[in-house]
Design a protein around this ligand. Sequence first.
Ligand SMILES: [Ca+2]
Ligand SMILES: [Ca+2]
Length: 427
Amino acid sequence: MPRKLLLLILSLITVFTVVACDDTITLTTTLSLSESTTSDTTTDSTTTTTTTTSSTTTTTVITTQLLDLIPDECSEIEIVDGWIPTWCDEFKYEGVVDPAKWRHQNGGGGFGNNEAQYYTSRSENAYVDGEYLTITALKESYSGYQYTSSKIWTQGVENFKYGKFEMRAKLPAGRGTWPAFWMMPTISKYGGWPKSGEIDIMEHVGYDPNVVHGNTHTERFNSTNGRGASTNSLLNNGTFTQIDVLNEFHTYGIIWSETRIEWFFDGYSIGSMGYTPNLNQSFLLPTSVDWPFDQSFYLILNLAIGGDWGGAQGIDNTIFPTKFVIDYVRVFQQDYISDDTERPSIPTSPQILSVVDRTAYLTWKPSTDDNAIKRYAVYVNGNLKAYTSVYGIQLVGLPANSENYIMVIAEDYAGNLSDPMETIIRT
Ligand SMILES: [Ca+2]
Ligand SMILES: [Ca+2]
């Protein structure tokens, strides 16, 4: 659950930069394919099974139109700036949320924030009416709690890594409400919260209406150590002063890339944060301390009541029922493979920021590419040491008292490699 916001460190950006992308969407993959044909025959009266297998090895070029992979329910979504809808829920059905997309997380317990609600999957708390999903918070005694509401997530159903994530919604009104549209890591590779990260696409607390928050939590920057990262107060900067998020639908989104997360409100960029190796002088820590966002995350929608942040000024018991109305949730991806004609540029300007015993921290200027850099491969003395999506790495266990030959090679999504950047790290 999103934690209380304590410090705001992001600059606000009000210019929406439109990046034009090629409309041609062709994903070409070359594989070595081992074809096998199997036929099974089973009769009812006996257990006779006949299996024949033939195997041939051939090289086949498979051409997939990424446009053809758009799910049917997302087919009416306009493709803008090359963003292809790859997952969506438009809520054009009636009843419970689509189990092929969402699961309910039911129960109470406060969710780490002393929240006051008990989440249920009852239609009183979550209902799809053919156009909208409405999450309704109620004042009622239920399983020892005084409020009920709903929380749904894609955990165990669908995970996402990079892309554009957008919700169109009308937020609940009233002191004590705390709606959120956010993401949590699928496998927590770097450890429990906050080490593996949290991405809060949208948070709003009812006692502070029309102040919409974006936020991330990492091992270094999070609420418990007083250093969350946020796009706070985006609606007070002049551009959005006339907007009423409680009675009007607006879109809330992020674009999450290999090194950066940027928040959008109604399509306008409102802030960003990214990997900045020089920001913190703690080079004895791995990059995941600042950037755990190179792993898959799942989506979450919920309406909390009370809690450390939402309930900081109490709960107004006259506001119930209060509703979080969601028109859609959409996920878009860019096609970074088709028409890729350029290798990434060579990474440049290697900087050894720290060498302590056998641990070194190396950074470099990012490569550029006609599409996008997927990752960098880092070699130590000719051996592949690690891949990283960001332009820096902590190298541990280097041979002592040595001149270590380091090579960094950028790779794009089409598999094209840059020339190697070379440097020496003396331990
Ligand atoms: Ca809808
Ligand atoms: Ca390329």
